[in-house]
Design a protein around this ligand. Sequence first.
Ligand code: UDP
Ligand code: MG
Length: 317
Amino acid sequence: MDLSVIIPIYNEEENIPALYERLRGVLDPMPLPEGYEFIFINDGSRDQSLPLIQTLALRDPRVRFINFSRNFGHQIAVTAGLDRAEGEAVVIIDADLQDPPELIPQLHQKLREGYEVVYAKRRSRQGESAAKKLTAKLFYRILASITHISIPVDTGDFRVISRKVVEALRRMPEQNKFIRGQISWIGYRQTYLEYDRAERAGGETGYTYRKMLKLALDGITAFSDVPLKAATVGGFLVSGVAFLVMLYTLYARFVSHDYQPGWASLMVSILFLGGVQLIAVGIIGEYMARLSANVRQRPLYIVSESNLPELPLPPQR
Ligand code: UDP
Ligand code: MG
């Protein structure tokens, strides 16, 4: 198998037929002598996405699908696709046609030139709210500044990766996936192409602000300890200031006898210290929650039906 195309699906009934047609239009003329496959992962859609995919699968044996027992999230859906993709190269693409299928031949060409990862970087984004663009931009830059590995900015999961990278990803057991970060962490020769991100073709975004916040925190906690260290450093700074104020308070009370009832300063310092402490505890909590999720070792997802088998895991090390 030359190429697998992984497509996570969450309520995409309006886009699936057009997506399938455009993908075929792009892939059929490509030089892929060993053939290609589509892997649709239905991530608990509540619309007609699953029957649409199943109909496609009846007509076209290259259409494979995995149906999750509920909504597990975009990153888990992509992971399930990676677990079953057989291609020598694997494309990860959104179903809403925001990632243009027409870019795949160029991405694949770069892979043939000896790269293991070719990702597609967003030169511009259309049809997304100013708030979404701003938070995304901020997030990518904050992440880049607090992590040691270089995770490319303004880049989603739209990319082509080689078999080597797929096998490496499959050996990374973390529960809280941030796939674009994991791929950067893996290394090898990576490069990118730029594209203009289109508007969503139909339907609505499945990424609520809640899901985006989770993804952002998964990315940060998985690839940086800076927030934890910032809590420590902040704690020391605040304690240092508090200690000086304490010395002054004692001096004023017992030596100079020059002190006021001081309600305002009391309130301010209690509120400030309370805030700092809660933030620090919250940061620790974010890491703790992920630690405990990993200790539980639950399967990442539950499949309710599929027309393709899970591939055996490569041996560890
Ligand atoms: N998606 C998914 N599970 C979810 C949310 C989204 O599989 O819980 C899929 C969705 O169908 C699409 C891709 O992930 O193929 C990207 O989602 P979306 O377009 O909603 O995100 P956005 O482009 O708005 O960031
Ligand atoms: Mg989208």
